[in-house]
Design a protein around this ligand. Structure first.
Ligand code: MN
Length: 264
């Protein structure tokens, strides 16, 4: 139910979500998957022969959906990703994999946070006070070149190895996601997307579109449309999450048992 506001984080935060995905102009299968369910939001970009990429990303979001029923910490996410890894490795030719970028609503000492998890080159961004910032850091060959200062953002978008990622779910290597814990900002917006968006649209253009569309569904649709206008060379997927921190957040704190120190 795009755009519908639902209470989450134990009632601390009201979230409105929009999402959109498209095959693009050049692919025969949409290997991206997305998940929008109470306090768990995911974009996954599958890859692999024999059309296993779409199965890989579907398995990933199916496993991640288990997190919707529980109070989550990073260890729970890691466990779910390990389970997804086992299942994806068992697919037909063993060559399938998927990225994951996820934002999960968690409560820490009575305050709401986003736990962001990332593997690969799908991304999580945060828009607050009119500024768009990339939260996740790609696991990619191009990111390594950026880190070494031998490439800039424009060059990265055109680099022949721009699709080569260095970490994913479904590989023989250990699954090692990066995590970030962000305070949920009242009026803040998160954007999760596959590289089908960021390969076609610059961050500044993304920011303009996000600021022009207060409705999260309209924002998601507009970003996908912009990626298609930009060439649509890849599957493109976008999830836009708007958060309102409720006044009741503090009331809930009052109903929770306080630590003995009372120092929270
Ligand atoms: Mn992609």
């Amino acid at each position: 139910m795009p755009g519908a506001a639902v209470p989450t984080f134990g009632g601390l935060v009201e979230v409105s979500v929009g999402s959109a995905t498209d095959l693009g102009h050049h692919r025969r299968v949409n290997e991206d998957s997305l998940l929008v369910c109470p306090h768990v939001y995911v974009v996954a970009d599958g890859m692999g022969g024999h059309a296993a990429g779409d199965q890989a990303s579907a398995i990933l979001v199916e496993e991640m959906s288990r997190l919707a029923a529980v109070a989550v910490e990073a260890a729970d996410v890691s466990e779910v990703l390990q389970q997804a890894n086992v299942r994806i490795r068992a697919l037909a030719d063993g060559g399938a994999g998927t990225t994951v970028t996820a934002a999960i609503g968690v409560e820490h000492q009575g305050a709401p946070y986003w736990l962001v998890a990332n593997l690969g080159d799908s991304r999580t961004y945060q828009l607050s006070e009119g500024r768009l910032e990339q939260v996740s850091v790609d696991h990619s060959v191009v990111q390594e070149l950026l880190d070494r200062g031998v490439l800039d953002a424009a060059g990265a978008r055109r680099h022949p190895q721009r699709h080569v990622i260095t970490r994913a779910v479904g590989t023989p290597e250990a699954v090692e996601p990066d995590y970030w814990l962000l305070p949920v900002l009242d009026g803040g917006r998160l954007v999760l997307c596959s590289d089908g968006l960021t390969g076609e649209v610059e961050d500044a253009q993304m920011a303009d579109v996000l600021l022009a569309h207060p409705d999260p569904q309209q924002a998601a649709d507009a970003l996908v449309a912009m990626a298609l206008d930009g060439g649509g060379r890849d599957n493109v997927t976008v999830v836009v999450i708007d958060a309102r921190v409720r006044d009741g957040g503090s009331a809930l704190q009052d109903t929770l048992p306080r630590p003995a120190s009372g120092a929270s």
